[in-house]
Design a binder for this molecule. Structure first.
Ligand code: 5RP
Length: 260
């Protein structure tokens, strides 16, 4: 791996633990004003000291985030549909490599929709983005988006993750499911999980622990952190699972004492 690419990967995935706690706040690119992200800059400010990286769109980054932030940026560079559509799979690349570099992005994030009507387009887009990433030494994070009609099982997610890695993604983000070990074993690049819809804090910590125990290289968690009533306590508890090998029970104790 070229030095710039390796250096950016080390910004995202800690060389000390081989893991990553990414804070996802890119939801607005297809959901619009998501609860908790009305003012992303204010939401992320107290959370950034505990995040290894911030996943965000260029519009939210430019308009709401203090450029003095210390967290590497994972820039969402795909989009083109909204929640008003039944099928969200019709995405394209929405940011040029030059703009990503101007924004000092450490990683480029794109969704792929394996099994959807736009499977081919999104996979070719991923391949093109990986070419751009190779040209400039910027890693690509492929997000295995799941359509309403698709089952979130290890067979399907494993297929999508492996294809993403084969096409050149340096990191893959998917969902936790039963048999997650199979997904990790079948994927030659680090696999991280999305948090998904807001659930109880205790359950979200269990989800993070199960994923890490099954071989995930980290979490890219959004709503289960920033929609918690105690987001700063929550991110620290998740961090203890990711980087300190705490169990979900230990992280829960930490959460309870931090939220006071
Ligand atoms: C949307 C995304 C989000 O970043 C991802 O879903 C993580 O956020 P959450 O933990 O809220 O699910 O990639 O496509």
């Amino acid at each position: 791996m070229d030095w710039g690419m390796a250096n950016r990967m080390a910004e995202i995935i800690s060389p000390a633990t081989g893991r990553c706690l990414m804070l996802a706040v890119d939801h607005g690119y297809f959901q619009g004003p998501t609860t908790g992200l009305e003012k992303p800059g204010e939401t992320v400010k107290p959370l950034l000291p505990y995040a290894d990286a911030l996943m965000i769109t260029r519009g939210a980054l430019r308009n709401t985030i203090d450029p003095g932030l210390r967290a590497p940026v994972v820039l969402r560079v795909s989009g083109g549909t909204s929640i008003l559509q039944d099928d969200l799979s019709s995405e394209d690349i929405t940011v040029s490599a030059e703009d990503a570099i101007r924004l000092n992005a450490s990683c480029l994030a794109i969704s792929i929709f394996v099994g959807s009507a736009n499977e081919k387009t999104t996979l070719v887009n991923l391949s093109k983005l990986c070419d751009k990433g190779q040209r400039y030494g910027i890693p690509v994070l492929a997000v295995t988006a799941v359509g309403k009609q698709m089952t979130r099982d290890a067979r399907y997610l494993g297929l999508a993750c492996r294809i993403a890695a084969e096409l050149g993604a340096q990191i893959v983000k998917t969902y936790y499911c039963e048999g997650f070990e199979k997904i990790v074993n079948g994927c030659p690049v680090p696999v991280i999980i999305a948090g998904g819809k807001k659930i109880e804090e205790r359950d979200a910590l269990r989800l993070a622990y199960q994923a890490i125990s099954a071989g995930a290289s980290g979490v890219d968690m959004g709503r289960n952190i920033f929609q918690s009533k105690w987001p700063v306590a929550m991110i620290q508890a998740v961090r203890s699972i990711v980087h300190e090998n705490k169990t979900d029970a230990e992280a829960w104790d930490m959460f309870e004492s931090l939220r006071g």
